[in-house]
Design a protein around this ligand. Structure first.
Ligand code: NG1
Ligand code: ZN
Length: 555
């Protein structure tokens, strides 16, 4: 094990004291808070990611972003050498380190991480300092440069080198870290970014080769949320135009990040983003979030006297389209290749009930429900040969098992479905949910099926749903089980929720959980009509407010 200079760690830590009232914890997607609070957290994440790199003997990554949150927030996500997310058994150590009150506690916490390796499985892995470094990426928030300096100081305190990858989307960063640790390591992180685009676009071009452009001319209006995605999408516009995909970019940085735009806004508010032109019925539109790891499609149906109807094609619809396409291809494989392939669709409690029924009853595929957060879905997807996972908010991807890929490679010369599945596995960023990869995936599948947006939308009709959030004094008092569908505490709250649900028609449901990224409690409901869903969410919100110490206006 490397000799760690703990005196240096102590001294470096003293420049980044934790604000006394700030108690960070590793949430649904890393640490996230108002950026002004985060310097100590970033310094300590620098220590942690450097420690992890030393223990594994490989280069880890650190991405500075708060995704779809407002511009004054920021956050940090840690990335494993293979491009996956920080293992869950490291999360308590990350929280403990971030919460230390003194520099001595920081040193002690770090020492304990390094000496125990957190879990026995990482203890004996040799270090190989010198060839490893920590990779840093960030989005376009104004707080990024200061937070980056704090993280660099943390990594330097352990004597580990770093590479500045620059402005990147979160999924690009996962891909770059994966590449950096692969046997054919690129010469620079810039080259790794080029490989990212070449891999995804190259596979897309082959999937759509020779197919006619869509009837709408292939125009796709993209809301970039004024985030980092725009920075990269402009560079590939020309090449994709040649492949029949005309990306027209909006909210490319002239407005405020995520302000009335972005995938979260479009999905939760069910409105077109700001800055969009008046839409023609069924024109193709999509929206990505601030760090471009989420994607939702939307359009408008024909207008009525009350205006146009917004159609949202969310993560559930993307998952359903993808699963249907993959299932068709798998059916075409010869028995020797495709007889015993295990396919699963992984969702959370927020998945629309109609999508779950579609996958189970129409596609006849198994559905698994996990707690919110892609780390849970991703882990569950690993137990299938093809694990299709998406959150309703548009965050998801598909994982192909190594064994299946080997079989497909053997068969690709003689079987076009095997070749197509291999191309799909390249269009899809398997390290993490990726909006750009999602766009290429959806566009390729629609082109292959010669489907319009309305045909895609017609796979199933969403059950009316409603999501609200409210504030309580301490959201940690709300605890949940059964993949977050049942409330354990406060005692009695679930009984009240059940009683409310029983007043609505069969098939109605509602649940409550504390957010892992915001100081809020989320309430979700589904019912046969929109009025009933709104009403149910509001009444469940009131029950939470009364039983869990609501703050501010009652729903
Ligand atoms: P929280 O705030 O824990 O609900 C939100 C999303 C998650 C996930 C994370 C990370 C909803 C209901 N929740 O988590 O799905 O995307 O942010 O960004 O959309
Ligand atoms: Zn995001």
């Amino acid at each position: 094990m490397t000799n760690i200079d703990y005196v240096k760690v102590f001294e470096s830590s003293s420049a980044f004291p934790r604000p006394s009232s700030f108690c960070p914890s590793y949430g649904t997607a890393g640490f996230r808070a108002d950026a002004s609070l985060l310097l100590s957290t970033l310094f300590r994440c620098g220590l942690l990611v450097a420690a992890r790199s030393l223990l594994l003997g490989k280069s880890c990554g650190l991405m500075i972003t708060a995704s779809h949150n407002q511009v004054s927030d920021n956050g940090v996500k840690l990335i494993e050498p293979d491009g996956s997310m920080l293992p869950q058994d490291w999360e308590p150590a990350a929280t403990a380190l971030a919460q230390c009150s003194t520099d001595q506690e920081v040193v002690d916490s770090l020492r304990s991480i390094l000496t125990t390796g957190v879990s026995a499985s990482t203890l004996n892995t040799p270090s190989c300092e010198g060839i490893l470094s920590v990779l840093f990426g960030y989005d376009n928030r104004p707080s990024a440069p200061d937070l980056l300096k704090a993280a660099v100081a943390g990594v330097a305190a352990l004597g580990v080198q770093h590479q500045d990858v620059g402005f990147v989307t979160t999924p690009m960063m996962h891909f770059v870290v994966h590449q950096w640790n692969s046997p054919c390591r690129p010469a620079s992180t810039h080259e790794a970014q080029e490989t990212y685009f070449e891999t995804l676009i190259g596979a897309f071009e082959q999937l759509v080769e020779g197919l006619p452009r869509p009837p709408d001319g292939g125009q796709l209006l993209i809301d970039c949320a004024n985030g980092v995605g725009a920075h990269h999408l402009v560079k590939v516009q020309q090449r994709l135009w040649s492949a029949g995909l005309q990306m027209v970019l909006f909210n490319t940085g002239d407005g405020q990040l995520n302000m009335e735009c972005g995938a979260d806004h479009v999905q939760k508010e069910r409105v077109a983003p700001t800055g969009f032109p008046e839409l023609k019925p069924y024109s193709r539109c999509c929206s990505v979030d601030g760090d471009a790891d989420r994607l939702v499609y939307f359009t408008v149906a024909g207008s009525t006297s009350e205006g146009t109807t917004m159609l949202l094609l969310d993560g559930d619809k993307i998952a359903s389209l993808t699963a249907a396409f993959i299932k068709d291809l798998l059916k075409q494989l010869p028995d020797s290749v495709g007889s015993d392939i295990k396919v699963g669709v992984i969702q959370t409690a927020y998945a629309n009930g109609a999508s779950t029924s579609y996958v189970k009853e129409q596609l006849l595929l198994s559905v698994e429900c996990t707690p919110t957060g892609v780390k849970y879905l991703h882990q569950a997807a690993h137990s299938y040969d093809v694990g299709v996972y998406w959150e309703a908010n548009g965050h998801g991807t598909v994982l192909f098992s190594a064994e299946l890929l080997r079989r497909l490679e053997k068969a690709e010369r003689v079987c076009s479905a095997a070749k197509d599945l291999l191309l799909l596995s390249k269009v899809i960023n398997q390290t993490v949910g990726d909006a750009f990869s999602g766009i290429l995936l959806v566009e390729a599948v629609l082109r292959r099926k010669a489907w319009s947006l309305s045909q895609w939308d017609g796979l199933y009709q969403d059950m009316p749903s409603r999501q609200i959030k409210l504030k309580v004094a301490d959201r940690a008092l709300i605890t949940v089980e059964d993949a977050e569908r049942k409330c354990v505490t406060p005692a009695g709250l679930q009984k009240d929720i059940d009683a409310l649900i029983s007043e609505y028609p069969a098939g109605s449901r509602a649940f409550v959980r504390p957010s892992g990224t915001e100081d809020a409690v989320r309430v979700y409901s589904e019912a046969p009509t929109q009025e009933q869903a709104n009403d149910l969410a509001c009444r469940v919100g009131k029950a939470v407010y009364l039983q869990a110490g609501g703050v501010g206006p009652m729903p």
